[in-house]
Design a protein around this ligand. Structure first.
Ligand code: FES
Length: 171
């Protein structure tokens, strides 16, 4: 069942006729090519910015595949998000060196400061937290990537300093 509160938010593409047209075009173009589901989901993520549950259901229905398949793909790849991404992104490297180096303590610190966890965006839409794979800077573990800038050897007490430039005044 569609959740009406979830469906009719300002960020929901189904309240905007232009966006519905775009979603239909993406599905129509991708549904007959090999690996069509992945093509469609990639296009939705890059052009709409997220793939909400109602959108997943719509894709499943239009492509004639089970919702569980669509949902499985969206949840498996961290590249896909179910809510809009924030203006800024903080990525936490979950590669082995960073994991052993204490990346989880930094995720905890981020949660204390921003009130969100990886996969979530601050309520003001400013910052999205994500996890990522090794970014090739293992010797500097643990590594955090703020927008495109890599910071290494990050300690929890230094984390606030690293994110200060992208924080909005209310955070
Ligand atoms: S494991 Fe984090 S940069 Fe390689």
């Amino acid at each position: 069942m569609l959740n009406t509160v979830e469906t009719h938010t300002a960020n929901d593409p189904f309240v905007d006729a232009e966006r519905i047209k775009l979603i239909d075009e993406i599905i129509d173009n991708g549904k007959s090519v090999p690996g069509g589901l992945m093509v469609v989901l990639n296009e939705l993520q890059s052009k709409i910015g997220f793939i909400s549950e109602p959108m997943q259901r719509y894709v499943a229905q239009k492509m004639g595949i089970p919702m569980s398949t669509v949902h499985g793909v969206v949840s498996f790849y961290s590249f896909f998000t179910t809510t809009p991404r924030g203006k800024h992104t903080i990525k936490f490297c979950m590669g082995t060196a960073c994991y052993v180096g204490g990346i989880e303590l930094l995720i905890e610190k981020a949660n204390q400061i921003l009130g969100v966890r990886p996969g979530q965006t601050t309520p003001d839409g400013n910052i999205t937290l994500e996890i990522c794979r090794c970014v090739g800077a293992c010797s500097q573990a643990p590594v955090v990537v703020v927008d495109d800038e890599i910071s290494g050897h990050v300690k929890p007490n230094k984390f606030p300093q690293i994110i200060r430039p992208i924080q909005s005044k209310e955070e």
